[in-house]
Structure formats: C-alpha cells, structure tokens
Design a protein around this ligand. Structure first.
Ligand code: NAP
Length: 283
C-alpha cells in the first residue's frame, strides 16, 4: 500500500475535544434530542452512537422512541414540542422513517435553528446562497478531514460520485463555495462510464452506496480518495471503493470503517454547539 490513510477517528476526536471545551463556555447545558421511529436495527445502532457521543462531550441527550405504527401527526406533534422546548438546541429525526411516514414534511417541521442535521430546506437554501447556516454533517465531515490532513482543496478538481440531497449535492456546493474554491463535477447512475471523468480528479469522493464501484482504474495516481459509502455485505461493512486496490494508486485514502463515518458523528456535535451558541443569544 502506498496511499496515506486519512484516519477519521483521530480527526473526529479532535473535533470532539473542541466541542467539549466549548460546552462550559455556553453557561448552560446544551441539549440534543434524538427521535427514533420504528425498529430498524441499523437506525437503533446509529442513534445509540450519537447519544453516547453527545454525553461524552457534555451535551445532554434527550431520546424519544416511537413505535413503527406512529402516525404522521404524532411525529409532527413531537417535533413541535421539541421546537418549543428551550432546553433543546438540536433535533435529530433518524432517517429513514418507516413506510407511510413522510420524511420531508417531518424534516421541514423542525425549527431550522435546531436542524443539526442541516437538511431543512432553509439550511440547504442558505448553503446554496452561500449564507451562514447549519451544514449537513457528512459533507461537512468530508471537508473537515481534507482540511485536517492539509489536502489542498482550493483550485483542486473534485469529482463527487453521487447526487443525493444528503451527501453528493450539498458536498458539491460546499466544495465550490467561495473561499473553498474547488472545481467540482458530479457523477450519478446515468453518467455512463465513470473512469474518463474520475481519473481527472485530484480529489475523488465516492458516495453512491455501491460496493467496489471505484477501482484502481478510476483513480489518477496520487489522487486523494474519500469513501463515503457504507454498505453491509456478507463480508461485513464495506465502502464504495476497492480499498486494497485503490490504496496502491492513490496518494491518500479514507478507510471504511473509520473514515467519514466518525466525522459525520463528530460534525453533529459541532452543529449542536453552533446551534446552542446561536440560540443562547436569543434565550
Ligand atoms: P442515495 O440517496 O442512494 O444516493 C446514491 C447516489 O449515487 C445517487 O445519486 C445515485 O445516482 C448514485 N449512484 C448509484 N449507483 C451509481 C453508479 N453505479 N454509478 C454512479 N453513481 C451511482 O445514497 P446516499 O444517502 O447519498 O448515500 C450514499 C452512500 O453513502 C451510502 O452507502 C450510504 O450508506 C453512505 N452514507 C455514509 C455516511 C457516513 O457517515 N459515512 C453518511 C450518509 C450516507 P442517481 O441519482 O442517478 O440514482
């Protein structure tokens, strides 16, 4: 292996240390509410991790668990209650919601000032306009890990594979913002052959949810490869990148697990502190 491993766990710990140091400065205990509907086991694991992370940095975790039979009105009523609760700075509704519930209306109901996932249309709109707001955690984490390892972003050619509202599109916007200054292309399932595009990238981000989509043939020698993918396979948790093969070609690469995943979790805490700071002035 020739590529440098970009260890997300180390960077996430650094972000968490900054958050933990910021908590006492607030003068009150910040609160993060998690809402989990149904019995999806992966969602339960994710939320457990997020709650543990919050408590570990001094953020109070308030958890609401609802059965899969919960109605849309009941979920909305809970969100309204959390919006009105001054002790709660961040609200995270774990997605996906069970069939029959409308995720978009639930997310839109969250007070944008408490939208620590950064997925409310107001916050995504602010991102589009280049105005301050809560940014989505995974794209934020990708940028933070690149910055930590001093991978040049300004002027870099970046290819993002995946155009979801959760990862690909907000990441492309964030990377091309004034002051970040990458030149970004987005690929998706209708892009055709990926290699002619992806081999132009100084930084290649894979966020498609397809195991081993990215092989050595997709990577320019020396490029940085960020693997956002999390795929559960018979051989365990894998990303979208064939790590062993690509690590022989790339200059730097994030592992799965231990790359973008811990960064996503850390950025949730960072957003919660940002939300608490912004709200503290108004309480
Ligand atoms: P998603 O909503 O399913 O979007 C996947 C995107 O990839 C779509 O834009 C799709 O194109 C594109 N795509 C699918 N197959 C492709 C192919 N063969 N070639 C090129 N593009 C292709 O998924 P997501 O929510 O963005 O998540 C993507 C991956 O990241 C998943 O594995 C997810 O588990 C993981 N993830 C990880 C974290 C983390 O913290 N590490 C956080 C969020 C998500 P179309 O638009 O044309 O369908």
């Amino acid at each position: 292996m020739t590529a440098k491993t970009l260890d997300g766990k180390t960077v996430a710990e650094a972000v968490k240390a900054v958050v933990a140091a910021a908590v006492p400065q607030l003068g009150r205990t910040p609160g993060l509410a998690t809402v989990l509907v149904g019995d999806d086991s992966a969602s339960h694991t994710y939320v457990r991790g997020k709650r543990r992370d919050a408590e570990s940095v001094g953020i109070r975790s308030i958890h609401h668990e609802l059965p899969a039979t919960t109605s849309q009105d009941e979920v909305i009523a809970l969100v309204d209650m959390l919006n009105a609760d001054d002790e709660i700075d961040g609200i995270l509704v774990q997605l996906p919601l069970p069939d029959g519930l409308h995720s978009e209306s639930v997310v839109e109901r969250i007070d944008p000032a408490k939208d620590v996932d950064g997925l409310h249309p107001v916050n995504l709109g602010r991102l589009l306009l280049g105005r301050p707001g809560l940014r989505p955690c995974t794209p934020n984490g990708v940028i933070r890990i690149l910055e930590h390892y001093r991978i040049p972003i300004a002027g870099a050619r970046v290819v993002v594979v995946g155009r979801s509202f959760l990862v690909g599109r907000p990441l492309a916007l964030m990377l091309s913002e004034k002051g970040v200054d990458a030149t970004v292309s987005i690929a998706h399932s209708r892009s055709g052959e990926l290699a002619p595009l992806t081999t132009t990238a100084d930084i290649l981000v894979a966020a498609a949810g397809v195991p081993t989509l990215i092989t050595a043939a997709h990577v320019r020698p020396g490029a940085t490869v960020v693997d956002v993918g999390v795929n559960r396979t018979e051989s365990g948790l894998v990303g979208d990148v064939d790590f062993d093969e690509v690590a022989e070609v790339a200059g730097a690469i994030t592992p799965v697990p231990g790359g973008v995943g811990p960064m996503t979790r850390a950025m949730l805490l960072s957003n919660t502190i940002d939300a608490a700071r912004a709200r503290t002035g108004r309480l």
